[in-house]
Ligand binder design. Structure first.
Ligand code: IVH
Length: 661
């Protein structure tokens, strides 16, 4: 009987392995069930021969009373996230500059939850979650139900491996269909569904959820005389683990890493499971050792996250803010979520039309989206997840601060508070004046400006320059030390010497951003020239149209008193920045840079372009005039070629920059 039981255990484990790991069934489902039944019966009769490797262990139904804590032998680290090509380049260059020239392994970043599996003498002994990295939770009962986690390895060794438990997209869809029928809340995504299944005390749930696993990490390779990560992957595969061989790729340089990412990005939609990026690991283990760890992460691997991540959260409320022009903006108050590495709890909803177009209701689960460095946006409500408790959105009729009636200009979508004495508007004007891209007065943050306004020390821009009068009172205010007051007054005084464009931007002229302010300052040189210029002089400037020109003229006409007061306070009204240079290869052209240029940093190139009257941008479009292409360029290069855009190669840009010196 003992032999028969062992025979059946091996036969069923082998069939399981062929089916779930190799995707190559060797026996029919009926045969499998028949042998399993026989085994169950024999184990019942001869429990003394029942082993931990037996497939009857997978059947589930084991219920635990609580999750036991498990301390990991080696911490289970996560990886630093990076979001763009530059950050990948900098990871790569740091390694190369340290004198190490390793190979790399690129892998799919599976969107699930990590797991540590421990085998003793080749038999699954325990499984644990990552937890806080040091201590996780014992989830052996649930992990045993995952069909491609081997209960018995193909060698009788002691080993720990780590990997990712995940749920297929199709499984999630089926599960949600069922849940919808039963009126249960739907599961948000594959990762949450997998994590939720694993966090069950009753293993029946996990069994029904059809979870899956990929193994990608061997924490103690030296015990098996393994020298590279790629060998470790092969070794684990030979032991019977499901390894993502199809997508684990050994590469030699940066362009191959980029190529892998581009390929995977294209295939992502077609995959049966969710991935959220690419993990890039140094292959040679001695190189990994040399690079070591930071306090939190290994220095030999990074996780590149695909852009355009979409996450879901609850729209708790919609609140309204008043800008310095009086414009009223609805803002989403969100249950905080992490999108592309940063926690988001607010997002602008722009205006009433936008909220109505999206058909948002307060209480909705909404999709949030963030692409690259772009500000996160609410893109849609999940209508299917409405419970009926959601509240309709209603635009306000009065300013939330001063209560005055809001006004909508003809043909425009935005509402405005037009009360010139609205405290919030005035405070916003002052905050803007002192802000970084405007007069750049350190120490005048939002909170300080608000205090100064509320104390009535600063009601108008020029009051900043009379603040000296209140020095003693300020020193007595809570949170304002003597030193910081002196420093603040000094910073305010120094701001008088700023170049004209800072003042122009700081005044908050409608439609005049910092770039436009600079263009105008350079052209007219002094405030007086600008005041004396007529509309046509303004329109004749490239990049300045009718609307901006009119806006500038109107502002100057209406605010001449303020400007004179500032003049009398000796505030510089002349452009003191670099004079416009003309460079036939740069001036008036729009540039995009891709790849690295030996010996010159990207910022140096950008500054050079901007100082010579060129414009830089991040993405290639029909409007791009020139793409500067360095070593290991990204997809921007391909796009430039396809749009037939002029290319400056490494030598050309170096030559242009040198000539200029
Ligand atoms: S390697 C020290 N490889 O992404 C090695 N992780 O922050 C650590 N993940 O916590 C992990 N796919 O949960 C690795 N192919 C892969 C992965 C992967 C998904 C997860 C894992 C980890 C996080 C990285």
């Amino acid at each position: 009987m003992k032999e028969r039981i062992e025979y059946l255990v091996n036969l069923l484990n082998e069939a399981n392995y062929n089916y779930y790991v190799l995707d190559n069934p060797t026996i029919t489902d009926q045969e499998y069930d028949k042998y399993l039944k026989e085994l169950e019966k024999l184990e019942d009769e001869y429990p003394e021969y029942k082993s931990d490797a037996s497939p009857t262990q997978r059947v589930g139904g084991q219920v635990i009373s609580k999750f036991e804590k498990v301390k990991h032998d080696k911490p289970m680290l996560s990886l630093p996230d990076v979001f763009n090509e530059e950050e990948i380049e900098s990871f790569y260059n740091k390694i190369i500059n340290a004198g190490i020239s390793p190979h790399f392994v690129c892998e799919q970043k599976i969107d699930g939850l990590s797991v540590s599996l421990i085998y003793k003498k080749g038999i699954l002994y325990s499984a644990a979650t990552r937890g806080d990295g040091t201590v996780g939770e014992n989830i052996t009962h649930n992990v045993k139900t995952i069909k491609n986690v081997p209960l018995k390895l193909r060698k009788d060794i002691d080993i720990e491996v780590r990997g990712e438990i995940f749920m297929n997209k199709e499984t999630l869809n089926k599960l949600n269909e069922l849940r919808a029928k039963e009126g249960l809340p739907l599961l948000q995504n594959c990762r949450n569904a997998a994590a939720g299944s694993i966090r069950q005390l009753d293993s029946k749930v996990a069994r029904e959820r059809n979870l899956d696993v990929f193994i990608y990490h061997l924490p103690n390779p030296e015990d098996y005389k393994i020298n590279t990560h790629y060998e470790a992957l092969k070794f684990m595969e030979e032991l019977g683990f499901k390894v993502n061989t199809k997508w684990n790729k050994l590469v030699t340089n940066l362009s191959e890493i980029k190529e892998y990412i581009n390929n995977l990005a294209k295939e992502r939609e077609n995959l049966q499971y969710d991935i959220d990026g690419v993990v890039i690991k140094v292959n040679e283990l001695n190189a990994q050792k040399q690079l070591g760890f930071t306090a939190k992460y290994p220095r030999w691997a990074i996780a590149y996250k695909f852009p355009n991540e979409e996450v879901y959260t609850k729209l708790e409320d919609i609140i309204f803010t008043v800008g310095r022009t009086g414009q009223i903006t609805p803002n989403a108050v969100l249950d905080p979520v992490i999108v592309m590495g940063s926690t988001i709890s607010r997002a602008t909803l722009h205006n009433e039309e936008y909220v109505k177009m999206l058909d948002l209701k307060i209480g909705d689960i909404v999709a949030i989206h963030k692409a690259g460095d772009v500000i996160p946006e609410v893109i849609r409500p999940l209508i299917e997840r409405r419970t009926g408790q959601e509240k309709d959105f209603e635009m306000i009729k009065n300013c939330p601060i001063c209560g005055s009636s809001l006004v909508k200009k003809d043909g425009m979508v935005d509402y405005f508070c037009i009360n010139d004495n609205c405290p919030k508007r005035n405070i916003e004007v002052l905050i803007h004046y002192a802000s970084k891209n405007a007069m750049n007065i350190e120490g005048l943050g939002e909170k300080v400006v608000e205090d100064l306004y509320n104390m009535k020390y600063v009601l108008n821009i020029d009051d900043f320059y009379h603040l000296e009068k209140y020095k003693e009172e300020l020193k007595l205010m809570e949170g304002y030390g003597k030193k910081s007051i002196n420093k603040l007054l000094e910073n305010i005084e120094n701001s008088k010497n700023n170049s004209l464009e800072r003042l122009l931007f700081g005044l908050g002229i409608p439609n005049v951003g910092s770039k436009t302010a600079k263009i105008i300052a350079k052209k007219f040189n002094t405030m007086d020239n600008l005041i004396n210029a007529n509309i046509d002089d303004l329109i004749n400037i490239k990049d300045i149209g009718q609307i901006i020109a009119k806006s500038i003229k109107d502002y100057l006409n209406n605010n001449i008193d303020l400007i004179n007061r500032l003049k009398n306070l000796n505030i510089n009204m002349t452009y003191t920045g670099e004079k416009e240079k003309f460079n036939e290869f740069i001036t008036n052209k729009k540039f995009v840079i891709t790849g690295t240029i030996d010996g010159i940093s990207r910022d140096e190139i950008k500054n050079f372009i901007e100082n010579n009257g060129g414009i830089t941008s991040e993405s290639v479009s029909k409007k791009t005039d020139v793409v500067i292409v360095g070593k290991d360029p990204g997809s921007k290069y391909d796009k430039a070629l396809s749009l037939d855009i002029e290319i400056y190669d490494e030598n050309k840009i170096k030559e242009i920059m040198q000539k200029n010196e």
